[in-house]
Design a protein around this ligand. Structure first.
Ligand code: PMP
Length: 378
């Protein structure tokens, strides 16, 4: 099938793979080995990667903590700040359309005394800074709001939210897993305290990511969630995944150089896909369609078709549906539900996420396939 699920994961770019391979068996040293060349080489590779990641974000390399991915980064950010300050301030604000790696962390912290406010977005999946300002109180410790949504591609007004939080003396974390390498991010001009990212969403390896921890905010403290050998300046112990880190660095480097060309091509292909489908099929709409969106994502609701059958019928394309399989049961997407979309329409919504290897032929094929399947089902 044609792969249009790049928001789930991306293939490793061949140039990234070529950089990471020697670090498995040829240069296999432990980056924490200080007494010999094997260790020094690995340490050097890690510091090159750290600079590459920092450069893409407009951050300092000392602000980058390597983790196993965005799930871990989100856990470290939110639990780490709560453990450091939870006795003084226990209120955390987040949004109903966040990834489970945010929402479930917040729920977890409730048993340790956290008070969680989950804001509801409008029907386009957006929230305003005013909504956040309204719920910030003297007890508010942290706001966590994603940069761009993984299901709809909706982009949040992160710079504005960050500024409001800074003014109110509240820490600000953003899950930027879907935005890094897709949108220009400059942390030098934006008062973001913590930012999560993951390599496998930008053509790097799986199981590697980073948390940006803003060292220019002297108030910020993050308690490690993994104790041990005090790697990553004590913020994340454990022998560094050198090949993974090298892959993340190279992926960030390529993204920095190629982002604008990729996004230009992707927005053309995404618009073609979306507009053609909408013009050929009635009772079809774009979830989050009126909000600013990532150029490579479209989430389309196909009215009047059975959602359970839809994905099975679209067997020539690899996409994901507006529902999530949680162990045995299939539930409508919590993101679409939070936007006020009813269960039926959430079930019959499809996320198409394109990537840099997507071709126009694939898009043309997809349009025909989708139109044929939907017409047959109706
Ligand atoms: N946050 C968002 C917004 C995501 O899309 C994902 C990946 N689905 C994650 C977090 C989790 O990332 P990882 O797979 O690196 O743990």
């Amino acid at each position: 099938p044609i792969y249009l699920d790049y928001n789930a994961t991306t293939p490793v770019d061949e140039r990234v793979l070529a950089e990471m391979i020697p670090w498995f068996s040829q240069n296999f040293g432990n980056a924490a080995s200080r007494s010999h060349l094997y260790g020094w080489q690995a340490e050097e590779a890690v510091s090159v990667a750290r600079v590459q990641v920092a450069k893409l974000l407009g951050a300092g390399e000392k602000d980058i903590v390597f983790t196993s991915g965005a799930t871990e980064s989100n856990n470290l950010a939110i639990k780490g700040v709560f453990e450091a300050f939870g006795k003084e301030k226990n209120h955390i604000i987040t949004i109903a359309t966040e990834h489970k790696a945010i929402l479930d962390v917040c729920t977890h912290l409730e048993q340790f005394g956290a008070k969680i406010t989950v804001l509801l977005p409008d029907t386009d999946g957006l929230i305003t800074t005013a909504q956040i300002t309204e719920v910030i109180g003297a007890n508010t410790l942290l706001v966590s709001a994603m940069y761009a949504n993984n299901e709809t591609g909706v982009i949040f007004p992160i710079e504005e939210i960050a500024k409001v939080c800074r003014e109110k003396n509240v820490f600000f974390h953003t899950d930027a897993t879907q935005a890094v390498g897709k949108l220009p991010i400059n942390l030098r001009n934006t008062p973001i305290d913590l930012l999560s990212l993951s390599a496998h969403k930008l053509y790097g390896a799986k199981g590697i990511g980073a948390l940006y921890v803003n060292r220019n905010n002297p108030r910020l403290k993050v308690i490690a969630q993994m104790d041990g050998g005090k790697h990553e300046r004590g913020m994340r112990s454990g022998t560094l995944n050198v090949p993974g880190i090298v892959s993340l660095g190279k992926a960030c480097d390529l993204a920095r150089l190629e982002m604008s060309a990729n996004q230009e091509k992707l927005s053309f292909l995404r618009n073609k896909l979306e507009q053609t489908i909408l013009s050929m099929l009635e009772n079809t709409s774009v979830n989050g369609g009126n909000a600013p969106r990532l150029a490579h994502v479209t989430n389309i609701a196909f009215g009047g078709v059975d959602g359970e059958m839809l994905l099975g019928n679209l067997k020539n394309i690899a996409v994901s549906s507006g529902s999530a399989c949680t162990s045995a049961s299939v539930l409508p997407s919590h993101v679409l539900k939070a936007m006020g979309i009813n269960d039926d329409l959430a079930y019959s919504s499809i996320r198409f996420s394109l990537g840099k290897y997507t071709t126009e032929e694939e898009i043309d094929f997809t349009v025909n396939h989708v139109v044929e399947v939907i017409e047959k089902m109706r």
